[in-house]
Design a protein around this ligand. Structure first.
Ligand code: PNS
Length: 165
């Protein structure tokens, strides 16, 4: 039996912390789907296609990513997981403050789909404070993003914010 996991998120944009979690998941599972959540009610900086393309570029050529596939979804996460035969959801937990929200989400998903479990992974210590929202704020003010995101993401962010109001 193949052990298939789904790593969902907004990934607006993908950060070094997300990539650390993704690599860990790829080493633990036979197959990992990275799934970009497209939610029209959320004001994302990047479109679903742009976020997917950035992830693809970040993992291109990485040996550990051979078992990683990227896609997008709208709707309920557990339905998407079932469609892909994924029985495990991966979420990264950086600090205790993440846990309350993650715990509620995991329990909700379990109620909706009891045979889908959530596994929490910790990133390397150096990534425990990185978040996509902080990264966007730094990009907005033209700060140095080199230790937060891969160069391709930094370039995309700088382009997005080059014509800021
Ligand atoms: O990167 P994020 O924004 O923390 O990811 C949150 C995400 C997209 C995983 C979560 O909002 C989600 O699963 N949305 C889909 C709707 C859904 O299934 N909601 C019920 C679970 S709480």
């Amino acid at each position: 039996m193949l052990h298939i996991a789904l790593y969902p998120g907004s990934f607006d944009p993908i950060t070094n912390g997300h990539l650390d979690i993704l690599e860990r998941a790829s080493n633990l599972f036979d197959k990992v789907y990275v799934t970009v959540a497209v939610n029209k009610q959320k004001n994302s900086v990047f479109t679903g296609d742009e976020r997917e393309a950035l992830i693809r570029e970040c993992i291109e050529g990485k040996e550990w990513a051979d078992n990683v596939e990227i896609n997008q979804f709208t709707g309920l996460l557990v339905n998407h997981a079932k469609k892909l035969n994924a029985n495990t959801l991966i979420r990264g937990v950086r600090q205790i403050s993440d846990f309350e929200y993650e715990f509620r989400m995991a329990l909700t998903n379990k109620r909706l789909q009891p045979d889908v479990d959530t596994i929490f992974l910790m990133p390397d210590e150096e990534f425990t404070f990185i978040s996509a929202s902080l990264v966007k704020e730094i990009a907005y003010w033209d700060g140095d993003l080199s230790s937060f995101v891969p160069p391709i993401v930094e370039k995309a962010l700088k382009e997005k914010f080059s014509s800021k109001p």
